[in-house]
Write a protein that binds this ligand. Structure first.
Ligand code: ZN
Length: 277
């Protein structure tokens, strides 16, 4: 199992930037980084994609995924145009630096739409995006564990991915999101491990289910997520990808940037050793 770092983890630390994340991730032994849309746009104000590609050529750390293509479904015409433009940018970034994945999250607050209507439309949108990015880039659908998200459980997201039926469309298992909307471990056990493209690692405070925002995330094993069950299901179905830490916690943003990345590396390594050795 490889180790990944999502830039959200240190996003608001003093001194954070894409380059600071890259250097610290290299130093503390991460294999992959998930690059955030806002961090890469900030980087490109003073740098080029060629410079970024050069950096990766000269380091062990590699780019894993683009995070995130937000709100891909249930959009109006202007919204779909926005998605097209964003995807054009993502393709440009991916091609330049050899990144092969984009993560996408569903739209929230779609009033009066039934789950079957949501699924049907999401399948059509993902097929469209699958064609648009081409076979060299994979799309990972990340359901979000909030009552307001149009796709908020593993089972629903997996139904969509299965119906899309494309090699380059799969699913993200984010342990916080999995816990928050009571996704079923049986659904994960019955899934095809090859369809799990991304594994986001974190934990969650012991608060009423569905009530937590991302700021209630904790370092893995410091909260109430049933990691043993999720990890054993992932092993059972043959998942062997990247385990990527992803936090959004204000207290962690108070840490010096390098300490944050160092801590993230320590807990991710310990977690992978415990559950996947
Ligand atoms: Zn996530």
């Amino acid at each position: 199992m490889k180790l990944g770092f999502n830039e959200a983890t240190a996003l608001k630390c003093k001194g954070q930037s894409l380059m600071a994340d890259l250097e610290a991730c290299e130093k503390y032994g991460f294999d992959y980084i998930e690059i955030r849309f806002d961090c890469v746009r900030e980087y490109l104000k003073d740098h080029t994609l060629e410079e970024l590609a050069d950096w990766f050529k000269n380091h062990n750390l590699k780019p894993w995924a683009y995070n995130t293509l937000e709100f891909f479904n249930q959009r109006d015409e202007a919204g779909e145009k926005e998605i097209d433009e964003h995807v054009d940018f993502i393709i440009e970034v991916c091609k330049a630096i050899g990144m092969k994945m984009l993560i996408t999250v569903p739209t929230c607050n779609v009033k009066d739409k039934s789950v079957s209507e949501i699924k049907e439309e999401a399948v059509a949108r993902l097929r469209y995006l699958s064609d648009k990015v081409g076979s060299d880039i994979r799309i990972s659908l990340e359901f979000c564990g909030t009552p307001f998200c149009s796709i908020n459980q593993f089972g629903t997201a997996y139904d969509v991915v299965k119906a899309v039926d494309r090699d380059n469309v799969g699913i993200t298992v984010d342990t916080f999101h999995f816990h928050e909307m009571c996704s079923k471990i049986e659904d994960l056990r019955n899934a095809d491990g090859k369809k799990v493209f991304v594994y986001h690692l974190n934990d969650c405070e012991d608060l009423p289910l569905g009530s937590c925002g991302d700021d209630k995330r904790l370092w893995p094993e410091e909260g109430v997520v049933d990691h043993a069950a999720i990890a054993s299901a992932l092993k059972e179905i043959g998942f062997d990808g990247v385990c990527t830490i992803e936090e959004f916690r204000p207290e962690y943003y108070e840490m010096p940037h390098e300490e944050n990345v160092k801590k993230a590396a320590e807990v991710t390594k310990a977690f992978v050793k415990k559950y996947f050795a």
